[in-house]
Design a protein. Sequence first.
Length: 512
Amino acid sequence: MNRVDQIPVVDIFAGPGGLSEGFATYRSGNRLASPFRIALSIEMEEWAHKTLTLSSYRRRWLPSEPPDAYYRFTRGELSFTELMASAGVERDQIEWEAWRATLGETPESQVDGRIRSALQGREDWVLVGGPPCQAYSVVGRVRRRRVDPSFESDPKHFLYQEYLRILIEHRPPVFLMENVRGILSATINGERVFDKIVRDMELAGYRLYPCGRSTSESGKMNGTEFLLKSEDYGIPQRRHRVIVMGVRNDVPDVIAKLMVPVDSQMPVRTALRGLPRLRSKISKEPDSSEAWMKIIRETDWAKLVRTAPDADPDVAESVAMIADTVTAARLNSRPLRTVSQDRAAPAWARDQSLDIHCNHEPRSHIPDDIRRYFFAAAWAQTVGHSPRLENFPPSLLPLHENVQRGVKGEMFSDRFRVQVADVPSTTITSHISKDGHYFIHPDPTQARSLTVREAARLQTFPDNYYFMGGRTAQYRQVGNAVPPALGRSLALVVHQVLLTLPVTRRRLGAVS
């Protein structure tokens, strides 16, 4: 499909582009290309913006493969600047499409001019995105209110008003707004934030719909209708997010197809298939395969596990048996080049031209954490769920006061959380950028936290989606993203709505 015939999508607060990736890779019927094109992505953070720019480069060649220069970049043979130079005449459009700007600070005239230029007069288009969600996180609200009396005046509370301003100014026929579930309970000066958002959007001339259930009219809603559980729609992650679809009042009130839950949920094991097994590096001590293996094998695990409160002897023996299988001979501390990607990988992850696993280097861990990760993963593999602090042998616990409170069940008793192999993972959040304790790999013989690539797999990013910046910035981007596979399901719903537009209001072939 020619780009001029595709429906423009404007993605604001875009992050690394997960929602855009979903729309760009959505297919209708037997068409080879998406009916949508990403006309503009707006993001303020430096490394997320560079990831967006890189993604814009890669999308230029969808549904076929990017040129060889892209794969040379993933191998470290070309710099980012050299890769952009290789785009030739496309470079200016690529860099224009991914715009680094701070909504709420960048002059409104610049934002509006950029959106109008991106739309090129089209009336059939989509606005997507979500304001930064930290202010609405339940945990974040509790922590901030304890130490910051100015919490309720945090400008992040009000960035949805910039979203609202763009709605009123540009009047897209359809929009999607995404945010954390905490927005449903967040209050400012005693008023529920979500109630205000709904009221403002309805006054702006939009009917609001949940995407995961049928409703003939908006009616009175309490907000929970908009909560989507990603694991019910094929995402290998229990990520629960508020997704609001707004349809302009003059668009026909017909929604032909809504999201359909999957018959069976995708477990972590399936999502991670095909990725090479890795050991962590050792921090604060000399690193080698032999030293890493010794950290695990020198421990009498059967004896140690029996020191845990209410220890089960069978569990102790199982952990010891797993430890006996640990061998560093089959593990590397970084992924090796491969001829082509393992076909065991999920279809949405594969790119047969990719010969390196991008963003797949493990963190370094101190020896004590390697032991903790091994125990937690071995315990989870045996019992079927992640251990709580009360299940740990006392000598494995960190010497922190709040750990002892966790042992008593008073706070954060799941401080070390294994992503169990046979079920969807817990929510991948930006906290993964700080430490790996909540994101322990399910395979105890790897004894480490998830890599950026493994977290990206659980977010359903394809393996050729390269995240820019240092590892901390990469983790943060992945944790803040919308899963592309969820974006594809949402694109289907939006496409069905746009099909109801009269032909005179859309270009022939654009959404048919």
